[in-house]
Design a protein around this ligand. Sequence first.
Ligand SMILES: [Zn+2]
Length: 264
Amino acid sequence: MNQSIMANQPSLRVLEKMAVAKLPTKGGIFDIHAYRSLVDGQEHVALVKGEVAGHANVLVRLHSECLTGDVFGSLRCDCGPQLMEALRRIEEEGRGVLLYIRQEGRGIGLGNKIKAYRLQDHGLDTVEANQRLGFKEDLRDYGIGAQILKDLGLTTVRLLTNNPKKVWGLEGHGLTIVEQIPLTIKPNPYNYAYLKTKREKLGHKLDEIFETEEDSTRAKHGSNAEGFFDTKGWKGALNNNVEQVTSHVDRRIEAIRPLRKETQ
Ligand SMILES: [Zn+2]
């Protein structure tokens, strides 16, 4: 544990560690570290897999609380599946941290998030709904997450996220993000519009989901214009299809050839 950072610089002390315990889950066994913010009293947790203190390039997911998505399996957003997928990848790697930060509804709180849902039921998108309620589109602060990561002894991080703001937010607090790893979840009919808004208005990297609509744009700007676009996905699939059709036609020709000889 990296107590020394905070002990040497008491002016920077913004959180305290409350306790650490084992947390066996369906997806693996983690250590759960509970923290309390000394600024607002809010409690946050970090699920830690393996030894992370002093290790370079640790896999990290910074997850903001979403009661409806995480607990009730709401299909209005992609939070629940993202949480499970992040834990799965950390478990698979055998080392990593999932931060669970209690900033519900992009920081506007649970009740206001439900108010925003009601506005969305009447046609507004997620950004417009937050603005109608008098909030900026995203009030989340990643500073507390960065403080927790520093306390856990991390310096360089590979961040599982589609959201460039998270990268900037953590970088601003003295951690180095060496890689941004996308965490895309297949959309469903209820969150398709929400994901599209996240991509178009909030700058999320969700190209894999919307790739078919984007093919023409990419042709104009070059295949790797946005830096995170994986050409292997759809081009690979296309090549496979072409190969399958070609080999099917070849086989048909082979099958027909002896018949043609007989008839000639
Ligand atoms: Zn959610």
